[in-house]
Design a protein around this ligand. Structure first.
Ligand SMILES: [Zn+2]
Length: 197
């Protein structure tokens, strides 16, 4: 057992006693087990990976690249750093509440959500798995641009339904500022693209 694991086991023991006291002296072993799990970075990320993006629930906050960092103090206080897709996005409060609720459900007693706007969120942070999910949701995923937006002007946007590149931009502003509306000349369906940022 390395130092970190020993520390985790020790904290779990403390938490276990604390939980027993809360429950009026009744042993409450589930609390101990959950707490041990949440003390690993992996478990924290796994818990966060179950939180859907409030605007596109087929993908998670982690897959969208919104969760930037998860840190933990030796006494178990967790800080989650997020960069929202748009500043002033109304979904921000929903995301914060969802993160607090989920981690507390997993036995983390003290959670802080920190919002960082710089560097700004970019669609390049969306994972490959999320791009596939967006596509099956009928939303053309944003292409990788590495900061060079000029290349996007010449790249065709493939239709998420039939993969045809014979598509036409219909409207720069879709139902939300992050989406553009296209029309597929092949399967004759309108579709939205997640606007590259
Ligand atoms: Zn099509």
């Amino acid at each position: 057992m390395n130092e970190r694991n020993e520390g985790n086991a020790f904290m779990a023991k403390i938490r276990g006693h604390y939980t027993r006291a809360e429950k009026g002296g009744q042993p409450f072993k589930a609390g101990i087990i959950l707490f041990m799990q949440t003390l690993t970075q992996e478990a924290l990320w796994q818990a966060l990976a179950t939180i859907p993006d409030p605007e596109i629930p087929v993908v998670s906050l982690v897959e969208m690249g919104i969760v930037r960092e998860v840190t933990q103090t030796p006494t178990g206080e967790v800080t989650v750093t997020i960069t929202p897709t748009f500043s002033g996005c109304p979904a921000l409060e929903v995301m914060k509440t969802d993160i607090l609720t989920r981690l507390k459900q997993c036995g983390v007693p003290d959670v802080t959500v920190r919002t960082v706007l710089s560097p700004p969120w970019t669609t390049d942070w969306i994972t490959e798995a999320a791009r596939e999910k967006l596509k099956s949701f009928g939303l053309a995923p944003p292409p990788h641009h590495g900061g060079d937006f000029a290349i996007l002007l010449f790249d065709p946007v493939p239709c998420p339904y039939c993969d045809s590149q014979n598509t036409t931009l219909k409207n720069n502003w879709g139902p939300t500022p992050c989406r553009m509306i296209f029309y597929c000349n092949q399967c004759q369906q309108p579709f939205e693209q997640f606007k590259p940022l």
